[in-house]
Design a binder for this molecule. Structure first.
Ligand SMILES: [Zn+2]
Length: 83
């Protein structure tokens, strides 16, 4: 399940689940995107687990979020690995 966070204030993920998010990708249209950071309402990027990062590398672009109310679609810009 992906995590949507802005790059300006709320990446990189911290806390008990942070180590499961290994990379991020950009949602369609970023930074003019419908994917919004729930913490500050800026444009968000899509954090991926290792399994999701591998799926992105294999061509998957639509990802489930922690909530099932919406999914996110990434564009084709290269994946960015967690430092
Ligand atoms: Zn934010």
């Amino acid at each position: 399940m992906t995590l949507c966070r802005c790059l300006e204030n709320h990446s990189w993920p911290e806390g008990k689940n942070a180590n499961k998010y290994v990379a991020y990708v950009f949602p369609i249209g970023y930074p003019d995107t419908a994917a919004i950071c729930p913490l500050c309402q800026r444009a968000g990027i899509i954090w991926l687990t290792e399994e999701e990062a591998e799926a992105f590398a294999s061509g998957q672009r639509v990802f489930k979020m922690l909530t099932h109310s919406v999914w996110l679609k990434a564009d084709d810009r290269p994946i960015v690995r967690h430092k």
